[in-house]
Design a protein around this ligand. Sequence first.
Ligand code: G3H
Length: 537
Amino acid sequence: MKNLNEIFSTNQEIPEMYKIEKPFIQSEYLINGELKTWKGEFKKVYSPIYVKNGEQLDNYIGECPVLTTKESMEALESASKAFDHGNGKWAKMKVEERIDCLKKFTLMMSKARDLIVKLLMWEIGKSLSDSQKEFDRTITYIYDTIEAVKDLDRASSRFTISQDIIAQIRRAPLGVTLCMGPFNYPLNETFTTLIPALIMGNTIIFKPPKLGMLLFQPLLRAFQQCFPAGVVNTIYGSGENVVTPIMQSEKTNVLAFIGTSRVANILKKEHPKPNRLKTVLGLDAKNPAIILDGADLDLTVKECAIGSLSFNGQRCTALKIIFVQEQIAQKFTEKLVDYVEKMEIGLPWDKNVAITPLPETNKAEYLQSLIDDAVAKGAKLENPNGGKHYESLFFPAILSNVNSSMRVYHEEQFGPIIPIVTYESICEPLVYVIESNHGQQASLFGNNSDEIANLVDVLVNQVCRVNINSQCQRGPDDFPFTGRKDSAEQTLSVSDALRVFSIRTLVAAKETEENKMIIRDIVKEDKSNFLNTDFIL
Ligand code: G3H
């Protein structure tokens, strides 16, 4: 392993295309179609990547506006006016026209790829290849959404007749939608709610996560130029000042939030009419891997290491605890140590880098406290470099002999610690899954189809995806992504998200000659955007 205090470099040593030459001051915010310049307080943005400057380490990379309740209320007013109780231009627009706006936006967004990728690296420490993947996956998600929305519209472009009633059934927007994404996928996960909500005709207020704010700056002008005024609005600032007031208003119809269940519950409670608020939530998870005797150990070790440590374990889908059958526990642990110790720690643009700087404040201290607690209660730190840290760098720690008395057994570490629990009876991991507050996914490793089938039948009623001989993951994005208990509300996939951000609505009429004439006339003369049989080609 490289010496941790030799990893950060001087500005001269940073490849030219990844350098931040001068602080990135993000002074604009978008409200009611106007890109306003903020004159008030700014928040300094610090990178997890330090730059050596003589004896000193610098990490100041830019600034973001700290808006107040006043601007947040303006954003709400703007979104509400643009929706205009469903009478707004965007809400009533034909799907095909909305698609044209979104396509224009995507073309503009594509041009900002290099800058957004660079800011992803600097703001959250994500590796170059993962930052590129996040950007490209988001573009693909948008194009897939466009295809899905066309399919949905095609399926609704006809009338249905039942019991002498003629009806046209479509999906209509819900209204003002507040979108908040997480720091680990600031672009992708914000857009996996924002884009479907937008294309279904809702109006949007979005607040970038507290880490990963600057990277939205290149998109503000694209939002402004591609969508009618007020359809997309941005807010920055403290949750208390800018989010709470929005949640306290009846004008807010949807909360799309990816983050902790603690914050989601606080926000939901603020709404004055909870029955009118739709919540779309992606929350906590502590996905277990269960390794059965007979599992292919080389494959299992690779999947568990990648599953636990991609983006330093900062994925909601990461494997956060490993249960291994006692006969194979020692062999598995040795092989995992071997694999993890070879992982490269370094800067996001370093070749073959796997472990990168952690962006959250005091994260190393938190992770160290989990290790200390576990070791004090009998866990063993297995890898020689495990837990070594310097500033934002933290080498992954593998802990064996973990049990339910330890914090790391229960807490979602969201970082590079791999806790291993050795089990004698399969009931032990099953009890863990049943008693856990989380219910997102699980991974099963083994080769005995009887055993796997039995476990699958139990686990599918506890979590929402069981992965056989592979790590947990969200993708492919056309697969449903959801969770039980404290892990999620609603299901997101390219097509499910379109349903989540809309409501089935129909126009119905008794099959009388007069009604048929009215409907025929509306359709023939193209008088309505809803009562319409246009087929998007
Ligand atoms: O943080 C949670 C992400 O949705 C995980 O996505 O499994 O594709 O990394 P991923």
